[in-house]
Design a protein around this ligand. Structure first.
Ligand SMILES: [Zn+2]
Ligand SMILES: [Zn+2]
Length: 323
């Protein structure tokens, strides 16, 4: 069970620094924390603010505003969730032993709190920002049985989404993010293995990163932290190393003309890529929001044959805008 003290995590204690991924990130990451757990008080709020700031005049303005509203609803859904389950010491020890992330959604059984988060998100969302497919998806989810919702969550987490359910999946992904971010925030730094994170997967939940952020510190080249697409944990990862296959060979970079603050790190070995943001070049960055606002780069490297696990909310733009 999530301890009653979990409410404290919503205010900021010493283990949850108020600095999220905003302008204060410089000093924070310069210390080179190996793993940074999300701060529940600010994570979704800052993300929503960043999306709102990125939207005006953007070619995906409508989409960014829609996701900003969704993320704002995630923030509201976080407050007052019922207690959920969290791995205990025995489960943590076992996960360490088999080198599995303690909150891996494929092995850690999820409780009902994500469905409560889903209904709260659906209820809080401002209808006026929703395009027709999203409105229909909201209605369909409101009527769906718990079994149907669990099956949809399984398909999303397994990366097996059927055609026609992308819009519904975006809401499901948002609710799962709320539940997993809360669990990750309540973990202890001792819950992770002692060595430098070897893989490109989240040490808390095993999900792929949404992007990486480079900030000054450590060597003259700075540190890279990868950011989890599901639980918002970030972890330090070697620079110029493929996040998919670990290769340090044949890595090259691409960027869009006029955007120095974001590059795609492309691997010729596995043909995977990941996005890297440079905090020095722009003062405010939010790894999840800025990933959505730079989809043009994904298109560019996609055309060259590189791929990655996409941002869960990108599913929403794949669906036709109307009808
Ligand atoms: Zn994670
Ligand atoms: Zn690779």
């Amino acid at each position: 069970m999530v301890p009653p003290g979990s409410r404290q995590a919503l205010s900021s204690g010493p283990d949850n620094p108020t600095t999220g991924f905003g302008e204060n990130i410089l000093g924070e990451v310069a210390e080179g924390n190996r793993v940074r757990l999300p701060d529940l008080a600010t994570i979704f709020q800052r993300r929503a603010q960043r999306l709102q700031a990125l939207a005006p005049g953007h070619e995906l303005e409508g989409f960014l505003r829609l996701i900003a509203a969704l993320v704002a609803a995630q923030h509201e859904a976080l407050a007052g969730l019922p207690p959920g389950s969290l791995p205990g010491p025995a489960e943590i020890a076992k996960a360490k032993l088999v080198k599995r992330a303690p909150l891996d959604p494929l092995t850690w059984p999820r409780d009902d709190s994500w469905r409560v988060a889903l209904s709260r998100i659906l209820e809080k969302l401002d209808d006026s920002v929703l395009p027709e497919p999203a409105r229909q998806a909201r209605l369909a989810l409101g009527r769906a049985s718990p079994q149907d919702l669990e099956a949809l969550a399984d398909r999303f987490l397994g990366g097996d989404i059927a055609a026609g359910e992308a819009a519904r999946t975006v809401f499901v992904a948002a609710a799962l993010q709320v539940a997993w971010t809360r669990m990750a925030a309540l973990l202890d730094k001792e819950d992770f293995g002692a060595s430098e994170a070897e893989g490109g997967e989240c040490p808390a939940c095993g999900s792929p990163p949404v992007s990486g952020l480079i900030s000054p510190g450590g060597t003259k080249f700075g540190h890279r932290h990868l950011h989890c697409s599901l639980c918002a944990t970030s972890w330090r990862y070697v620079r110029v190393r493929c996040v998919h296959c670990g290769s340090t060979d044949k890595i090259s970079f691409r960027n869009l003309a006029g955007t120095a603050y974001v590059r795609a790190e492309c691997c010729e070995v596995c043909h995977g890529y990941s996005k890297v943001f440079y905090i020095e070049a722009v003062r405010v960055l939010e790894p999840f929001a800025d990933d959505l606002a730079s989809l043009g780069l994904d298109v560019l490297v996609g055309e060259e044959g590189f791929s990655r696990v996409s941002n869960p909310f990108v599913l929403g733009v794949m669906e036709p805008a109307d009808g």
